[in-house]
Design a protein. Sequence first.
Lengths: 206, 331
Amino acid sequence: MATRVYECLKAIGDKIIANKDFLTDLDREIGDADHGVNMARGFQAVIEKVPEDEADIGAALKKTGMTLLSTVGGASGPLYGTAYMEVAKIFAGKDTVNAEDFKLALEAAIAGIQKRGKAEKGEKTMLDALMPAHDAFSEQLASGADLVTALDAACVAANEGVEFTKTIAATKGRASYLGERSIGHQDPGATSATMTLEVIRDFLKG
Amino acid sequence: MKKLINGVDNIVDEMLEGMVAAYPQYIRRLDGFDVVVRAGGSKGKVALVSGGGSGHEPAHGGYVGKGMLDGAIAGAVFTSPTPDQVYEAIKAADGGKGVLLVIKNYTGDVMNFEMAADMARDEGIEVEQVITADDVAVENSTWTTGRRGIAGTIFVHKIAGACAEAGGSLADVKRVAEKVIDNVRSMGMAVDACTVPAAGKPSFDLADDEIEIGIGIHGEPGVNREKIGTVNEISDKLLDKIFAEGIYNSGDEVAVMVNGMGGTPLMELFVANKHIKEVLDGKGIKVAKTLVGNYMTSLDMEGFSITLLKVDDELKKLLNAPADTPAFVQV
């Protein structure tokens, strides 16, 4: 019988795989047309390699990070791989998720991505979804909201972040070569990061 | 999409098997990895390792052999290889004198190769790296990822490879590699886009009379879209941007590469080279060596790039040194 963490990872994978063409098309506009293909390949491997009965959330996420690192390639591989491995540290030895840990997890993911990608907010990257999501989440938490309510706010902020990426020029990654021509297109990485948050929210709700 | 493939999932694997079957005297594949190394190993010399996404054939596996690379990693099409693959290549290529990684300047490539270098250093292997960034189509500023590494990378393979073959130390090999990088510039254009097999459609759409100036080698759109002109006019445009660097002046000596993107007839590349030579002659720039052909391709893209490398006596000697690899033989 599959554990909760495995089911959640599988739900993320299913969502990414179902949106393979959509993410790839976004990347074709401003990048090199492989984001969906690469992420789908990575999560197919995650679904196969993470043990279904792994109850330790940290262990399952670490395996997820390592698997993404060795199967995705490109920039997304090291970025998502690092993010999952950093988040794994927060949940090491735990089999449940609480709001405080989730906030720390968002912080760890952002710090890992920043360290690996040397990016800041406003450069048209996944950080433009994740950083506002973290801020909204923390704000909700500070005013006493529960995990799911805070996650709802985080998802709204992440979606706004994706919309924001349409208005700015990329200064990191392959889209930066387009300069001003990247304006008008939403960032594929911010999009897949937002999808991930939404799946986690729906999973925790359901 | 019409492609000579069996399926999109096994292209890289089948390509590597086919390469090794064609050139067993040069290369062998590491079991379980998308890595080729010299068939006879690289004992006692500095090893050069390069790689990147697939779709640039003969780069990089075609340059593994005497006088050039010691190992090459093939990622998925247009996708940087993963750190574990690069790490295996470093370990297998290392002949005990250290390893130089030749990385093309792309966000993903740099991240994956650096992670692999860290892993290899943890194992006690001496690893250095150089990053090629020869594409003048992209402005180099703090606001972008920096210039892309494109066809000029082949000159790094050739020259640093010759230095390593001659017994150069890791520091020597890195120094000449950086000297090449400092003196090499490229710019490319496309008449038509390429089609990534897994994507199934062209990476960008051009009208019958349109060209894209300043394309990279991954089907990414260029910096400018315009009406097509003659090959002389197009070559002038590319050369002007390269000359604007101020590196190539009257009295200098250069090596020239007219590189096909995969779908360009050699006939057209030679026509371009006729004009390029005339322009260089007119500027009083001496051509020390010319390479015309498909050296760093972009799948089936129609188009070409021009690369100039300013050479001094040291670089010229290394450039003219013998090399024996599947894709580059020089006696």
